[in-house]
Ligand binder design. Structure first.
Ligand SMILES: NC(=O)c1ccc[n+]([C@@H]2O[C@H](COP(=O)([O-])OP(=O)(O)OC[C@H]3O[C@@H](n4cnc5c(N)ncnc54)[C@H](O)[C@@H]3O)[C@@H](O)[C@H]2O)c1
Ligand SMILES: [Zn+2]
Length: 362
């Protein structure tokens, strides 16, 4: 088992990482807390698959309660938060309790928000089971739910006591979820770590086939990169925005399909293609470097009907995006792989050209 430390002064915590480490949960928890009341929040299918291993180390199972929530993004709602408060209050859970989230980013975001607010805050643990959650959402303490007027608008910062990421759980992950997580993984290579990018160039195929060694390396490297960013910018004042590489273009695609046609990570993969196109068109990325970038992105198949897309409509989504500052669109761009730049020079015509080229490109 490996340990990655997220250093945030009094809020520091370890990310434990390994293949087949779920059954060490009770032992690890005991190292962190003497709490007697533990609540696991999960989704039925995930708990049926992994609950037994997770709880195998508890001598007295009575101290553990399991609360199941519906699957899917819709569960990230204030109604679901209230329903969880009610169940916790009815069962008389007190401040000394621990909430553990077993599942993907949805379970983590929702449970974390409940942990941040129930009785003004109780201890929290993340046990992420999707690639996206292991490399991104479980690290950094951003928790929250959606509002009818927008995604992730209600939330709190709540750092966990620890994260336990068992890459063996990824073996049951559907292919589309795997692609989504890989989008975020490749993002770290593009903006922060060229050696990792080169590794991905050779090993993305193995990752898609869920080779255990490859997955472990991907999760470890990505988690380390995410931890470094979070350490430098705990409350998202500035640096964390670089993690939006590919996201500004990606969000436009998600919005264009009403958040139904494309999954977030898939949209990010396409959004990174657009970001590369932008840098090349602006003469800021060499063609050779552009091709290298595209080669890796193209290894992840994303089904998309491009012929229905319209550059004007896509631009419109971007100018409504929250990352707009003083009319100019703020973009995270890559000129040389492994480094990033924050760019605020993109005019509307340039962006439209990018969308046009993207639509024409195979
Ligand atoms: N807090 C953050 O910093 C942060 C960062 C990025 C994304 N997010 C949020 O994360 C959410 C997306 O997370 P996600 O991609 O993990 O989606 P998700 O939690 O909806 O999980 C995707 C699907 O995979 C299933 N699943 C989970 N683990 C599985 C496993 N091991 N085997 C088989 N199926 C499994 C889930 O039940 C679900 O159906 C979004 O709500 C997004 O806003 C948060
Ligand atoms: Zn993302």
């Amino acid at each position: 088992m490996k340990t990655i430390n997220v250093n945030l002064r009094q809020d520091s915590y370890p990310v434990y990482l390994g293949n087949g480490i779920l059954d060490q949960f009770a032992q690890i928890l005991a190292k962190h807390t003497s709490a007697r009341q533990i609540v696991v929040i999960s989704v039925k299918e995930i708990f049926e698959r992994y609950g037994e291993a997770l709880l195998s180390g508890f001598e007295n199972n009575e101290q553990v309660q399991v609360l199941l929530i519906p699957d899917g993004e819709k569960a990230k709602s204030l109604q679901q938060v209230e329903a969880l408060y009610t169940r916790l209050l009815e069962k008389k859970f007190e401040r000394g309790m621990v909430i553990a989230a077993l599942g993907g980013g949805v379970v983590g975001d929702l449970s974390g928000f409940v942990a941040a607010t129930y009785l003004r805050g109780v201890d929290f643990v993340q046990v992420p089971t999707t690639l996206l959650a292991q490399v991104d959402s479980s690290i950094g303490g951003k928790t929250g739910v959606n509002h009818p007027l927008g995604k992730n608008l209600i939330g709190a910062f709540k750092q966990p006591m620890f994260v336990l990421a068992d890459t063996e759980t990824l073996q049951s992950l559907p292919d589309a979820e795997m692609r989504c997580g890989l989008g975020e993984v490749i993002k770290y290579g593009f903006i922060l770590n060229r050696a990792f990018f080169e590794y991905l160039k050779e090993n993305t195929g193995k990752a898609l086939q869920k080779d255990p060694e490859t997955l472990l390396h991907l999760v470890e490297t990505s988690a380390r990169e995410k931890a470094k960013i979070v350490e430098q910018d705990e409350k998202e004042n500035n640096l964390r925005m670089i993690l939006n590489f590919g996201h500004t273009f990606g969000h436009a695609l998600e919005a264009e399909f009403n958040y139904e046609g494309l999954k977030h990570g898939e949209a990010v993969i396409l959004g990174m293609q657009c970001a590369l196109l932008y840098a090349r068109e602006a003469g800021r990325m060499k063609t050779e470097e552009f091709e290298r970038g595209m080669e890796v992105l193209r290894q992840i198949p994303v089904p998309l009907q491009k012929n229905a897309l319209n550059p004007d409509a896509l631009l419109e989504h971007m100018t409504r995006d929250k990352k707009v500052h003083d009319k100019n669109i703020r973009l995270i761009i890559v000129e040389e792989i492994g480094t990033y730049k924050i760019d605020q020079t993109a005019g509307e015509e340039q962006i439209k050209t990018v969308w046009q080229k993207f639509i024409e490109m195979n």
